[in-house]
Design a protein around this ligand. Structure first.
Ligand SMILES: [Zn+2]
Length: 324
């Protein structure tokens, strides 16, 4: 009986020992497998990340190339591919801000100690103009629109709304085709008066202010710009550049917050603040930025928002003779 018990006991012990052995072996295998699995996992991640890095590098190189091309093609991006369907001008060129360095920007001293802010919109009418006008109405603010030629019914309503709602309407260019309007002074004035007559026919108001496409310091024109401006002055037209830009013409990926920040930081630097913004169908962010700008201006003391009129101090990027 005792013998049987003993052999039973030793069998049980063997089983237990065997089980323990198996456990130790299994534990060893698992322990050895962990670094192996980790290695494979990290290897895969590394491979993926280096792929992403490569893609980013490629993107960076493409961007760099684009920037170089832009810089070499007289700083004016050709937007013929993204033709403005509304205006029907497939060769329209979007303004590219030049002479933007704040150091070069003129200011005009305030006569009443207040900062005078002029919000100006280039290139409309566009599908966004109605929204811009609605916002200006909501804030009870008058602005300035440097318009282009656009013959559809919506655009005609927009020209009328601009004038009827008390904003300033100025000439930008009928065709907005830089190569054509800057080919000669005659070509420029033909385009100019085509738009002037057109706006007058529709609104009954004859524009007396203008903004040269690309600004007075644009690098496309071979014209004698000071001479052209003097000629326009003699015809009762005052030309305005800007000293603050929302920089919304430099691609469509600027957020509304960035555009608004560009404007508000500029306003804090000048006493006469002529703000360049764009009224263009693909610039929804500008419309959203406008609300932020209007809120920001409302918070500031001693700031008045006005439309550009014959009394507005001239801000130009180029130097003019004083007897102009
Ligand atoms: Zn323009």
């Amino acid at each position: 009986m005792a013998h049987l018990d003993e052999s039973q006991l030793s069998t049980k012990r063997r089983i237990r020992i065997n089980r323990l052995k198996r456990f130790i072996v299994a534990f060893g295998v698992v322990l050895a497998a962990i670094p192996l699995v980790l290695c494979v996992f990290l290897g895969i991640r590394l491979h993926r990340m280096s792929g992403e890095l490569e893609a980013t590098e490629e993107e960076k190189a493409a961007l760099k190339e684009q920037m170089t091309t832009l810089a070499n093609t007289s700083e004016i991006p050709d937007t013929s591919a993204s033709a403005d369907a509304l205006s029907g001008n497939p060769n329209r060129i979007i303004d590219y801000d030049v002479a933007e360095d704040s150091g070069m920007m003129q200011d005009a001293a305030s006569v009443d100690g207040q900062t005078h802010v002029y919000l100006t919109f280039d290139d409309g009418p566009s599908p966004n103009t109605a929204a811009i006008l609605d916002l200006l109405e909501e804030y009870d603010v008058k602005a300035t629109f440097f318009v282009v030629g656009n013959t559809d019914a919506y655009a005609k309503d927009i020209y009328r709304r601009i004038v009827d709602e008390g904003h300033s309407i100025g000439i930008h260019s009928f065709s907005h085709r830089y190569q054509e309007i800057y080919a000669s002074e005659e070509a420029f004035l033909t385009d100019f008066y085509m738009l002037s007559d057109y706006v007058y026919d529709i609104t009954g108001a004859r524009p007396t202010i203008c903004r040269l496409p690309g600004g007075s310091s644009n690098t496309v024109s071979n014209l004698d710009i000071p001479e052209l401006i003097k000629d326009l002055n003699r015809q009762g037209i005052r030309c305005y550049d800007w000293n603050i830009s929302g920089r919304d013409a430099e691609g469509n990926d600027l957020s509304s917050e960035e555009i608004a920040r560009n404007v508000l930081e500029g306003v804090d630097r000048f006493q006469t603040a002529i703000v360049l913004l764009h009224d263009s169908g693909d610039k929804k962010a500008t419309v959203e930025a406008l609300r932020i700008v209007l809120d920001g201006l409302r918070e500031r003391e001693n700031v008045v928002i006005e439309p550009v009129t014959a009394d507005t101090p001239i801000i130009l990027h180029i130097a003019m003779d004083t007897d102009a």
